[in-house]
Design a protein around this ligand. Sequence first.
Ligand code: ATP
Ligand code: MG
Length: 573
Amino acid sequence: MSDSTPTDSGSRDFIRDIVDEDLERNTYGSRVHTRFPPEPNGYLHIGHAKSIVLNFGIAEDYGGQCNLRYDDTNPEKEELEYVDSIKEDVHWLGYDWGEREYYASDYFGRLYELALKLISDGKAYVDSQSAEQVSEQRGAPTEAGVESPYRDRPVEENLDFFERMRAGEFPDGSHVLRARIDMASPNLNLRDPIMYRIRHAHHQRTGDEWCIYPTYDWAHGQSDWIEGITHSICTLEFENHRPLYDWFLEALEAPSDRPRQIEFARLNLSYTVLSKRRLLRLVNEGYVSGWDDPRMPTLSGMRRRGYSPAAIRTFCRHIGVSKTNSVLDIALLEHFLREEHNRTAPRVMVVLKPLKVVIENYPEGQVEDVEAENNPEDPGAGSRMVPFSREIYIDREDFREDPPKKFFRLAPGREVRLKHAYYITCSEVIKDDAGEVAELRCTYDPESRGGSTPDGRKVKGTLHWVSTAHAVDTEVRVYDRLFTVPNPVEREKEGGDFTNFLNPSSLETYTDCKAEPALREAQTGTTYQFLRHGYFAPDNEDFTPEHPVFNRAVSLRDSWAKIEKQMQQGTDR
Ligand code: ATP
Ligand code: MG
């Protein structure tokens, strides 16, 4: 791990149980070797993090290894930008693959040789029907498929056709190579699945060397085998591909320590989408500013928003792995983020919607530094000095001219505490021509420095503030959930498109914020608690000391903690 968080892969799970059994039975000697196999056709999202934490976590726990393998069998959709972003994101999460950065395309030559072997053994054949015919003949789960008229082509003819497919003699779609398994199998994946398609397309790594490309099913298991993978962990959709995974290895006479595929339930989160195809649409159609828009569930977006890798890892370990698909409440992820930042985030004062306050009995021109603790949860975090003066900003929402019953903040004639400073009492409200509150006049109690008075009188409200002369002009971006419904993809079944459910107020920008001076030096990678507003991170694209820009990672309120408590008490949500 690249930081000080102890490695704790947390609870036991059924995959680790399988690894234990294999170690006991000596299936792979003492070897434990996993891989994380992204297709470089988009940026990684929080679902991928679950897989990364699992695969790299298992390797770590057992003193084994985890490879990074790009599943780059699809020439058209894959780009270098994605390859680079994936490396950056895995590293950021705190994992390292050492020298073991591999590509399925590294094995195109080996896979071709293995395919020739299957043909020679009568276990694969070239089918010269169209793709539509092939797919029609596959049949349905309840009825057998139809055997291709080319199924019994002689081996020599198959070899000849396959070599000529590779040599580029045929146009796209004219022939495919299929495994010769069983057209009556109840498992459709075993009905002579396609191994190669002709595609005259330029590949990001192999250029124009190949015009036939292997399918996922053919490439994946054999790549695992070539790399000496022991446990090939994938998501549940591949469960009924496992017989095919095993069939290929059996047909190739792989030794008994061949890799084994294990499936787990993918992560689904409410109020967002976790599919690269849909995320790509949000980017391409301009619904978000890019893959790293802080509203995106991508790791780059979450990083920009102020998620820490530790919070993501803790979340992934907490949710564990299971065999049943479900949708997790995004509030749980936010809960882990809050927990992490509550322990570590420096506290600062920032006013989002400024309202000027003049403290009339405070000496003009005087500035004093008041001491402010950096983090009450962490005594080791120390304190800083914050300048206080006669004119300050408070948040507009902390004042009401006509306060409702439970409003304990500032109002005419009322006394409140300024955090780390003095008690003030509002003596006058000044309005502009439009009748809007433009400024407040207050008096302060010089005896109340530090937040208490000799007579021990209590006030109900404590406000954050910033000295006007020292304030740093700041932009603050407050994010809300990307969608207005928990399940935008499910809702597509009612007709319409998932983008219909985008939240029009998922971004609210405050351009006239006032921050205490220290925030000019904010560092990316540090998330701050803006007192009473939430946790905020400097934007890694737009922040400059001249124009500080912050993103809200998450609000302060923890609805998840409440939900958990209610569940423990057995009450309804
Ligand atoms: P997408 O549907 O977003 O395109 P994918 O499965 O096609 O996802 P890959 O790049 O092939 O994306 O995924 C790499 C690895 O991450 C695979 O092992 C895949 O099973 C895993 N993975 C992808 N999405 C999730 C998810 N939501 N939860 C858990 N693991 C996931
Ligand atoms: Mg995939």
